[in-house]
Design a protein. Structure first.
Length: 159
């Protein structure tokens, strides 16, 4: 594996944020072509979520999102994306593990993820890490469902 550098997007950093936001947007839109985001939508997300971009050899290879709990989902949500040509090199695992560590600081109510149903590699990745499907939903105007999964961490030990 090339040395992986993961950079957090700090929306207030006017020197690096624009380039990081654009790299994040391009990766997101390639992995999720059914729900492309504009630059303004990504800036808005960066204000409420943790967004990271992964670089290997100076090339953007993946991105991640960690959403804090909200009124609809009491769990934190971790989403890792790696461009197809860079999969199988450990980059997704590195992004996921960093996101998971951060998510655990945000919620005691578990961890969830979301994967586009057509992303079979992404679904296998999530299932291999202990996630179980909890629902499928289609956004208005879309035809490909998203799969919501929850990390199954087994029964809670008795005190």
């Amino acid at each position: 594996m090339n040395v992986l550098r993961i950079e957090r997007i700090e929306p207030t950093d006017s020197a690096t944020a624009p380039a990081l936001l654009e790299d994040w947007r391009l990766i997101h839109n390639e992995i999720i072509p059914t729900a492309p985001l504009s630059a303004e939508e990504v800036r808005e997300r960066a204000g409420r979520n943790r967004l990271d971009v992964a670089y290997a050899g100076g090339v953007a290879v993946g991105c991640s999102t960690v959403r804090p709990p909200d009124d609809e989902t009491p769990a934190a949500t971790v989403i890792s994306r790696v461009l197809p040509e860079y999969r199988g090199r450990g980059y997704g695992t590195a992004l996921y593990e960093q996101g998971l560590a951060h998510a655990r600081t945000l919620s005691d109510d578990g961890v969830e993820t979301v994967v586009l149903a057509s992303n079979e590699e992404g679904l296998r990745f999530a299932l291999a890490r202990g996630f179980v499907e909890i629902e499928r939903y289609v956004l208005p105007g879309d035809t490909v469902p998203f799969v919501a999964l929850r990390l199954d961490e087994g029964p809670t030990p008795a005190p």
